[in-house]
Design a protein around this ligand. Structure first.
Ligand code: PMM
Length: 294
C-alpha cells in the first residue's frame, strides 16, 4: 500500500503532494513502482496535529480518489470520518482505512456495513493532539489485541462482515518508541487472531530513534526508508497481509524476498512415523561412545 498524503503537514512527506495534480502524479508513480493499493488521506495524524474541517478533508481527498480510480488504481481512503468514507467509496474507493478503528465517528461502522467496503480497523486510543498521553500498557501486545477484539465486536454488531475486516496494531499511535518493537516481534499473535493484518511502520519516529546518530539525534524521516523496507520484509515473513509505506520500491523488493524465502521452505515436518523415531537413526558408535549415558 503506497501512501498518498494530500496534506500540508504530514510528518514524513508534508506538503509535497498537496495539490490534486501532484497527488495523482505521485500515486501513479507509486503504482509504476509496484504498489497494489493507494491510500489517499486528507488529514494528518502526525502527533500533535489539529483536526481539519470535514469540508476541507472532502475537498482534498475526493478529486484525487476520482482521478486515481479513473486511472484504474485500487484506492483506499485514509479517514476517520464516515462522511468522507461514504463519499470516497461512492466514487470507487475499495478500502476504508480508519486509524481510529471506528472510535472517532459512531456512524463509521454503519457506513462500512452498508457499502461492503474492505475496512482497516487500526488500534487507536485518541486523536493526534492527545495520543502521546494515552500510552500506558500492561502488556502492549495483549492490550492491543484485546482492544482490537472489542472493535471487531462493535463492527459485527453494526452488520460488518468478517470478510471486510483487516486489523492493524497502529504503530506509533499512543505508543512510545520501545513499545512498537514487541508489536512487530509478536506480530504472529495478531495474525493468529484470524484477520488479515496491515502494518504501518513507514518512516515512523521509533525507526528514527533506532537509527539515531552518535549524539542521539533521531534520523530524519527521509532517512528511514531502508529500515522501513527491513520491517516490510520481516512483517511479510511474519504473515502480514499488507504493509503501508511511503517509498514503494524498497518494500516491493523486501516483500518479494520474504515470499521467495517462504516458498523455498520445505513442507512442515509432521509427527515422526514409527520407523522415523530417534531410536531408529543410525549411530556413529565411535563418536557417540563418550557421550552415551552409562
Ligand atoms: N499511519 C499513519 C496514517 N495512516 N493507517 C494505518 N492503517 N496504519 C498506520 O500505521 C497509519 C495509517 C501515519 O503516517 P503518515 O502520516 O505518514 O501517513
Amino acid at each position: 500500500m503506497g501512501v498518498v498524503n494530500v496534506t500540508p503537514d504530514s510528518f514524513s512527506d508534508g506538503g509535497r503532494w498537496f495539490t490534486p495534480g501532484a497527488a495523482v502524479a505521485h500515486g501513479l508513480t507509486l503504482l509504476e513502482q509496484g504498489a497494489d493499493l493507494l491510500d489517499v488521506g486528507g488529514e494528518s495524524t502526525r502527533p500533535g496535529a489539529r483536526r481539519v474541517p470535514v469540508e476541507d478533508e472532502l475537498a482534498r481527498v475526493l478529486p484525487v480518489v476520482d482521478e486515481l480510480v479513473r486511472r484504474g488504481a485500487t484506492v483506499s481512503v485514509d479517514t476517520t470520518r464516515a462522511a468522507v468514507a461514504r463519499a470516497a467509496v461512492e466514487r470507487g474507493a475499495a478500502v476504508v482505512n480508519d486509524v481510529s478503528g471506528g472510535l472517532a465517528d459512531d456512524a463509521m461502522a454503519g457506513v462500512v456495513a452498508a457499502t461492503g467496503a474492505v475496512y482497516v480497523a487500526m488500534h487507536w486510543r485518541g486523536h493526534a493532539d492527545v495520543m502521546d498521553d494515552l500510552d500506558r500498557y500492561d502488556d502492549v501486545v495483549a492490550d492491543v489485541r484485546r482492544e482490537l477484539a472489542a472493535r471487531v465486536r462493535a463492527l459485527r454488531e453494526a452488520g460488518v462482515r468478517d470478510e471486510q475486516i483487516v486489523l492493524d496494531p497502529g504503530l506509533g499511535f499512543a505508543k512510545p518508541g520501545a513499545s512498537n518493537w514487541p508489536l512487530l516481534a509478536r506480530l504472529p499473535e495478531l495474525v493468529a487472531d484470524g484477520f488479515p493484518v496491515l502494518v504501518g511502520a513507514s518512516r515512523k519516529r521509533f525507526l528514527g530513534h533506532l537509527l539515531a546518530d552518535a549524539d542521539g539525534h533521531p534520523a530524519p524521516p527521509l532517512a528511514r526508508d531502508g529500515a522501513t523496507a527491513a520491517v516490510s520484509a520481516l512483517a511479510a515473513a511474519s504473515g502480514a497481509w499488507c504493509v503501508r509505506v511511503h517509498e514503494i520500491a524498497g518494500s516491493v523488493d523486501a516483500v518479494r524476498v520474504a515470499a521467495a524465502w517462504r516458498d523455498a521452505r520445505p513442507a512442515p515436518l509432521g509427527p515422526p512415523t514409527d520407523d522415523e523415531t530417534m531410536d531408529e537413526l543410525p549411530v556413529d558408535e565411535d563418536a557417540a561412545d563418550g557421550r552415551r549415558p552409562q
